[in-house]
Design a protein around this ligand. Structure first.
Ligand code: AMP
Ligand code: MG
Length: 419
């Protein structure tokens, strides 16, 4: 990992003493060094892993000239004004080439994918042919070299098919298999330890006393991290106690490449995360000019990178998607992922004060004439986790925006594009 250089929280003119979303992105990106560990994996176990090697094709694809149609392999020179006749002398199936020699005036019945007889360069599709014994009568306009897939036309031997840093998709599994490669070298998964902080948190199955709530952040984090394919270390709930926090942070930093906590990073009397981070490692605490999710502690403990997310459940998800996710992707050695941002007409009026970048929860849909439209999920409180559950996108409202009327075109970030 890169050397950590603590930086003072910089002032943003629109919100004193806070950092803009884009500046926070840049600062985090500067501190990330992708994993160098790698491992060999059988192809089937490489789905969603990041390639540590470029995949070069050891063969031509297709490996031989073959027919793109069910029809008849002929000499291109034999094409005449329609109709014209040729004599069929044999059959070529996929996997069973025709073994004889073809002369001009002759043809071979051929199936899709079957190897072309070496003398032939053209295939007449069978729908253009009438058959009379071993004579075929060709109708319609024909062109020499049509309906043939040439050796190496998709991929030539030695060509780079996939680059280092590519995350393997189902299509890639098939592509790599089509080259006869059964094992690939991939980057080792990141180890990510996470825990929730808060005296009020109870786990499922425990009875709630007055003033207590169930811990939901560990579940959303579990889901978001699982989708990313990292190795998870779920460390449970840690109380608002300096000793307990110190112990948990030390243990986490010994076991993981990245440590993520939720809660305890604000300015309350029991918010000890920053203090413990300063004691154990290096801390860069930011107030980010965003809503929800203003406080974010970022730093290092030993060699582990640390993200102290806010406690509010929606803030956890927003800060994870906006900051932790791209950081983890970069650390995983993945090529920068494309996250689509779309323009949609907002059917809700949205009230907003200038100064903070807002990630409102939205429901994106398509009208009957194909236009994208979005509405907010309603109340946007950072504790209302249901707003994330019913939403399928963020509505992005820039810092300077002072609210919008219904009918305004806004930028949205679909969750489906995030992960
Ligand atoms: P904090 O940042 O610790 O002050 O927490 C802010 C708010 O988020 C409080 O209302 C907490 O009760 C709530 N909260 C903190 N952690 C969790 C959690 N793991 N699950 C659900 N709510 C939480
Ligand atoms: Mg707390």
């Amino acid at each position: 990992m890169a050397e950590f250089i603590p930086q003072p929280s910089c002032a943003d003119p629109s919100e004193p003493n806070s950092l803009s979303v884009s500046a926070a992105h840049e600062r985090i990106a500067q501190l990330l060094t992708p994993v160098s560990a790698w491992e060999k994996r059988p192809l089937r176990d490489a789905l969603d892993k990041v390639l540590n090697q470029a995949i070069l094709s050891p063969i031509d694809v297709p490996a031989y000239n073959n027919s793109a149609m069910d029809g008849y392999a002929i000499f291109g020179e034999d094409i005449k004004a329609e109709p014209f006749n040729l004599k069929q002398i044999g059959i070529a199936y996929a996997g069973q080439p025709f073994k004889g020699e073809v002369k001009q005036g002759e043809c071979v019945r051929i199936m899709t994918g079957a190897m072309m007889p070496p003398e032939c360069d053209t295939v007449i599709m069978q729908e253009h042919v009438a058959v009379d014994g071993d004579i075929i009568i060709v109708h319609g306009e024909q062109r020499a070299t049509q309906n043939v897939r040439l050796a190496g036309e998709d991929i030539a031997t030695g060509e780079t098919v996939l680059d280092v840093g590519h995350k393997i998709t189902p299509a890639d599994l098939g592509l790599i298999a089509s080259l006869g490669i059964g094992e690939v070298t991939v980057k080792s998964a990141l180890r990510v330890a996470f825990f929730s902080t808060g005296d009020e948190l109870k786990s499922i199955g425990q009875t709630l006393e007055a003033g207590q709530i169930y811990d939901s952040n560990r579940y959303t984090l579990h889901g978001m991290l699982t989708r990313l394919g990292v190795d998870l270390i779920d460390m449970g709930v840690v109380s608002d106690d300096k000793g307990a926090l110190r112990e948990a942070l030390q243990l986490a930093s010994q076991q993981a490449d990245v440590v993520i906590t939720s809660g305890g990073v604000s300015v309350g009397d029991a918010d000890y995360v920053k203090e413990m981070l300063a004691e154990l490692g290096q801390v860069d605490f930011w107030k980010i000019a965003m809503k929800p999710g203003r406080p974010l502690a970022f730093g290092k403990i030993n060699d582990a990178l640390f993200f102290g997310l806010p406690g509010n459940p929606v803030s956890v998800m927003v800060t994870f998607y906006q900051f932790v996710l791209p950081a983890l992707q970069q650390l995983s050695g993945e090529q920068p992922a494309y996250t689509p941002q779309l323009k949609a007409t907002c059917t809700s009026k949205i009230r907003k004060r200038p100064g903070r970048f807002e990630f409102q929860r939205g429901i994106l849909s398509q009208s009957t004439d194909g236009e994208l439209q979005v509405m907010t999920t309603g109340e946007q409180g950072s504790g209302i986790l249901r707003s994330m559950s019913v939403a399928n996108c963020f509505i992005l409202l820039e810092e300077h925006c002072d609210g919008i009327e219904a009918g305004t075109v806004v930028t949205v970030q679909p969750f489906a594009g995030l992960i």
